[in-house]
Design a protein around this ligand. Structure first.
Ligand code: PEP
Ligand code: MG
Length: 546
């Protein structure tokens, strides 16, 4: 080990955390398939049927294991694999090869697998292209059964960093978590089931890593899931630095593990929804890592800010679909584009304004540039098929705005129906972040499914203090009674109409106010992922009956 031999590689992080340990290069069970002539095709096809039944049984038990560990949505891949094994075209191809060429089942399965994988790999659609890995996976499973070899489980004594070319979903779920510190793959995509499973299982992981696997087996490695780095044979200095980083992370994990899986419930039994605020799909790992019950605010404008062009429907759809699938049935509230004021994008061509915070921003842009709005809505409604998405509209000041939004939504749904594009039925809510919305919250509550109070803007507009101006910090009172009374008023008006209320502004994470919010009847708090567990701890100390 030494500075000279240390190598640094980069990959896309699928899940954060630090892993330090020996590297184990994982090779697939690539038994060479021989083409052998057979005399009795019927007997060979019976062998194939028995192997298929065994493969289905394996997939059933993998499904049950995944269901317990990573939830229904993520386990679904093993049901899909069972369905693929029953697929008419696949089976017909195997039978055809066995009968017409009079060859062994292994050869027929390997050829069918290669042909189908190639066909999927050449498809236009990203989703279909990714299915190529699934066809290879089921074919390999069948081959393992036919050849009587074990199905790729990792056998190691000490916990290791697994480095591989690629890992199939079934291989990922079979990894014995006690023996695996992390995994690093050369291929793989962020949206693949493997990546989703890895995130959900909480294993630090990198994909698309520019590492060569030759000669690294058995060497010491470090995976930095925060920075997307893989170090082979690290020098002493880096090792020390990484051990300290790991310690800090472990301390946070200890707090996490003692509170993870626990309910957000007060001593007297009041339950609260505790969700996470994010601005980017990369933050998803933090959402899961900190055990958030859902996403209360996805600031979708960051998609626009990080792009140099209007994000297309397809680009947005992929992001929202990933969020929906990764949350595995938990609610994820996506806020529609809230650009303007401090968040500027050159390609929008927004003019400079005297008072940008009071200017052309948020829903005002969407209701004016309806083509931009509709593109986002189409992506959101389509992605809603893949999980429990909810849509939230920012900067609302009137009932008329909501009615206009509903009209535009109806047009979008009609267009999707017309083009036979599947779409879901997400809940729709609004942000309460203007004093006007507070004052008419009773009327607004009749129009929507939920409210989320944006205390950042509500405070700025109520106190007439520009939230961007540091000179005004000493005047800015986050606990101003005017704001707190407004929150109480909103909750009361909303509950009268059966509408639930959350807080997604920074005040939601202020544990000095948690008790007060609960006494007001706030149903949900949405905070930065790192605040989830501290707020959970606070909720669990409160007794509302005391
Ligand atoms: C808010 O105003 O409180 C809010 C959550 O939205 P943003 O901070 O993005 O304006
Ligand atoms: Mg706001």
């Amino acid at each position: 080990m030494g500075a000279d031999s240390m190598k640094t590689y980069s990959g896309k992080s699928v899940y954060g955390g630090i892993a330090i340990g020996r590297i184990h290069v994982y090779k697939k069970n690539e038994s060479l398939v021989r083409r052998e002539k057979i005399d009795d095709p019927d007997a060979e096809l019976e062998r194939y049927e028995r192997a298929k039944a065994e493969a289905v049984a394996q997939l059933k038990s993998l499904y049950d294991k995944a269901l317990k560990e990573v939830g229904e949505v993520n386990a679904a891949i093993f049901e899909i694999h069972q369905m693929m094994l029953e697929d008419g075209d696949y089976n017909e191809s195997v039978e055809h090869i066995v009968r017409t060429q009079q060859v062994n089942a292994e050869y027929a399965v390997a050829s069918t697998g290669d042909n189908f994988a190639m066909m999927f790999a050449e498809m236009e659609d990203d989703y279909m292209r990714e299915r190529a890995a699934d066809v290879k996976d089921i074919s390999e499973r069948l081959l393992n059964v036919l050849c009587g070899s074990a199905s790729g489980a990792v056998q190691t004594e000490e916990p290791v960093i697994i480095a591989a070319d690629d890992l199939a979903p079934s291989e990922t779920v079979q990894l014995d978590k006690d023996k695996i510190l992390s995994f690093v793959t050369v291929h793989g995509s962020t949206n693949s089931h493997t990546a989703i499973l890895a995130r959900t299982m909480g294993i630090p992981a990198l994909i698309g890593t520019d590492v060569s696997l030759d000669g690294i087996d058995g060497k010491l490695g470090i995976v930095d899931g925060m920075e997307g780095r893989f170090y082979v044979e690290p020098d002493e200095e880096l090792l020390g630095q990484m051990r300290r980083k790991q310690q800090t992370e472990l301390a946070q994990r200890e707090l996490l593990s003692s509170l993870k899986g626990k309910e957000n419930v007060t001593l007297d039994g009041r339950k609260v929804m505790l969700y996470a605020n994010i601005g980017n799909v990369k933050d998803m790992s933090k959402v899961l890592h900190n055990d958030a019950g859902g996403i209360g605010l996805f600031r979708s404008e960051f998609l626009y800010l990080e792009s140099d062009h209007f994000p297309t429907e397809e680009e947005q759809f992929q992001v929202y679909k990933t969020v929906a699938e990764t949350m595995a049935g938990k609610r994820a509230i996506i806020r529609t584009l809230d650009i303007g004021a401090d968040k500027k994008c050159d390609y929008f061509g927004l003019e400079a304004e005297e008072n940008p915070a009071l200017g052309y921003r948020g829903i005002r842009i969407c209701l004016t540039q309806t083509d931009v709005f509709k593109t986002q809505l189409r992506a959101l409604f389509r992605a809603s098929v893949f999980g429990k998405l909810a849509i939230m509209y920012p900067m609302i000041i009137s009932v008329e705005e909501i009615r206009r939004i509903h009209e535009i939504v109806a047009e979008v749904k009609a267009e999707l129906t017309e083009s036979k594009t599947p779409f879901g039925d997400p809940e729709q809510g609004i942000m309460i972040e203007t004093p006007a919305a507070v004052m008419i919250s009773g009327e607004l509550a009749k129009e929507v499914d939920f409210f989320s109070i944006g205390t950042n803007d509500l405070t700025q507009y109520t106190l007439a203090i520009d939230r961007q101006n540091p000179r005004l910090d000493s005047f800015y009172d986050a606990h101003h009674p005017a704001v707190l009374r407004m929150i109480a008023m909103v909750v009361e008006n909303a509950h009268r109409e059966g509408t639930w209320v959350g807080i997604c502004g920074e005040l939601g994470a202020d544990t000095e106010l948690t008790e007060e919010f609960l006494r007001m009847g706030v149903d949900e708090l949405s905070v930065s992922p790192n605040y989830i567990l501290p707020v959970r701890r606070r909720i669990r100390e409160i007794n509302l009956e005391a």
